[in-house]
Design a binder for this molecule. Structure first.
Ligand code: RAM
Length: 339
């Protein structure tokens, strides 16, 4: 019994020691400027450009940070892995990732960690083995369930619905879709049927084609939920082009800058989102303080995020920014010039 106890204690110490060595690179001295890479799902997505603006704002406040904004042309894990390897070669201090896949990036991010680079995620996570902190935009369950609730109101709890998502492996969309499916199992949705889930890969033209495909495959389709800013804007365009306004309802996660006109024209009664500028701003502060050794990636650790106040890390080292905000015809124009 005693022997067993000792073995357990030794194992624990080894694991804890190993985790410390991998997860907490040595603090970079104050006189050395930092280079933090923001690695996004893909370039050309206005959501990530807003996150980049937030990162730049944080860098300006901090004064001794350079932001390197990178992403593949298409949202693939392979493209992101290539970039991670090149960032390792460049010797950046931190990489903040919004991931196209929960698992595929992990060997590459572990190579980065082994090279002393701090790896954090925001928006779309990877497995915790490959990063320290994840800054989530909001609560996943709340996001998923509220999208179904909004759609149900629009179609009077009746009819066929479809989901038009981003890429098939995207961590964030897949979790939200799981919660959407769970919500749909509740008795009040017994007259609603989820007929299809399609993937527009966060590419506008592909999302548009997928929306068109849904109209032709399901002539009785009552609504589409698109939990991606690229997808929801492309679907709105498709609904309008096909003269289906009012016949096919639309909700999702949309940028006011891209959705304002569609919401005011009634193509979509409402979309939700959080502030992507704050996400980029917050993750830059987190990466900065971890690299400088001002904060630790540990449960209960408090990290100051500049003007956003402080965040406290939970058991899984995740933290989130706030509740999704609902935009409708009454308020969306107020935000269209911001993000
Ligand atoms: C797209 C991306 C991003 C997601 C938003 C809602 O811009 O897929 O990861 O958070 O939509």
């Amino acid at each position: 019994m005693i022997k067993r106890l000792i073995t357990v204690v030794i194992v624990f110490v080894l694991v804890a020691g190993g985790a410390f060595a991998a997860g907490a690179p040595e603090a970079v001295p104050e006189d050395e400027d930092l280079r933090i890479a923001l690695l996004v799902k893909s370039l050309g997505n206005a959501f990530f450009e807003a996150a980049r603006d937030g990162a730049m704002e944080a860098a300006e406040e901090l004064g001794d940070v350079e932001i390197i904004y990178q992403g593949p042309d298409e949202p693939t894990a392979e493209g992101q892995i290539e970039i991670i390897d090149s960032l390792i070669a460049q010797g950046v201090h931190a990489i903040a990732i919004s991931s196209n896949d929960p698992d595929a990036l992990v060997p590459a991010t572990q190579r980065a960690q082994a090279a002393g680079i701090e790896v954090v995620t925001f928006d779309s996570d990877i497995h915790p083995d490959g990063r320290s902190v994840f800054l989530a935009p909001s609560d996943d369950e709340l996001i998923g369930r509220s999208q179904v609730q909004a759609m149900a109101e629009m179609i009077d709890y009746q009819g066929q619905i479809a989901i038009l998502s981003a890429s098939a492996t995207a961590t964030n969309q897949n979790i939200w879709i799981e919660y959407m499916q769970q919500e749909l199992e509740e008795p009040e949705y017994s007259d609603m049927e989820l007929v299809d889930i399609v993937y527009g890969d966060d590419l506008s033209d592909q999302s548009y084609r997928e929306a068109m495909g849904l109209f032709s495959s399901y002539p009785d389709l009552a609504g589409i939920i698109s939990p991606t800013t690229v997808g929801v804007a492309a679907t709105a365009r498709a609904i309008e082009d096909e003269g289906l306004v009012g016949q096919v309802q639309l909700t999702g996660l949309g940028l006011p800058s891209e959705m304002s006109q569609y919401v005011q024209d009634g193509v979509s009664q409402q979309v939700a989102l959080w502030n992507p500028i704050e996400l980029g701003y917050g993750i830059t502060y987190i990466a900065y303080h971890l690299v400088r050794g001002n904060a630790e990636a540990a449960p209960g650790a408090v990290i100051p995020l500049g003007e956003l106040g402080e965040v406290e890390l939970d058991e899984e080292l995740v933290t989130f920014v706030g509740e999704p905000f609902v935009f409708d015809a009454s308020n969306i124009a107020d935000f269209e010039d911001i993000y």
